[in-house]
Design a protein around this ligand. Structure first.
Ligand SMILES: Cc1cc2nc3c(=O)[nH]c(=O)nc-3n(C[C@H](O)[C@H](O)[C@H](O)COP(=O)(O)O)c2cc1C
Length: 181
């Protein structure tokens, strides 16, 4: 498989966007692997060697999650803290993520027009994801353009979410290693 999706949703059964996106990804199981960390670690006790070994098998890794407080759901933050360890991800001997390509797939509750300097959020999505970009740089990975759906709290219709699911898969395939785009 060419792409690993790390999916972090604390309650996927109650989700509209991430659940629908997951359904769509499952249709491409030859090319895309999904790892649901809230399912793998209900006790939040992340198996670090296992996660590191999983990551070592992929050049293209997409982190998919709902934006919570302009950041990650908390288990994903812990997963980064635990898995991106000194001596493995960074430090003089930590080179295992060097050259990998990271993507983000974000469901965002608020409207797109609010994610502007003059909007109610005041910051763009690119500014909101700056910690992720800095972290990727720190471990030698590159960051691909993010994929997002806005208005996911209330406004997004089922049709819009269905359409976003298809666009999401196309987005992933476009950035897979060896794909011609
Ligand atoms: C604890 C919490 C914090 C949230 N913080 C934000 C936020 O900072 N910005 C935003 O646009 N939406 C925020 N939302 C809305 C979620 O992003 C939205 O509910 C989610 O993307 C919907 O995806 P789902 O249908 O897969 O659950 C928040 C929701 C929750 C529950």
């Amino acid at each position: 498989m060419k792409t690993l999706v790390i999916l972090a949703h604390p309650n996927i059964e109650a989700s509209r966007v991430n659940r629908r996106w997951k359904e769509e990804l499952l249709k491409y199981s030859d090319d895309i692997a999904i790892h649901e960390i809230y399912k793998a670690y209900p006790d939040w006790n992340v198996d670090v060697p296992k996660e590191q070994e999983l990551l070592e098998g992929y050049d293209h890794v997409v982190f998919q999650f709902p934006v919570y407080w302009y950041s990650y759901p908390p288990l994903l933050k812990k997963w980064f803290d635990d898995v991106f360890a000194h001596g493995w991800a960074y430090g003089s001997k930590g080179d295992k993520l060097q050259g990998k390509r990271f993507g983000l797939a974000l469901s965002i509750g608020d409207k797109e027009e609010n994610y502007r300097p003059e909007g109610s959020v005041s910051f763009t999505v690119d500014e909101v994801i700056a910690p992720f970009k800095a972290s990727a740089k720190h471990v030698g990975a590159s960051v691909l353009p993010y994929f997002a759906v806005f208005g996911s709290s209330f406004q997004a219709s089922d049709e819009h979410i269905d359409q976003s699911a298809e666009q999401y898969v196309q987005h992933i395939l476009k950035y897979q290693p060896y794909s011609v785009s």
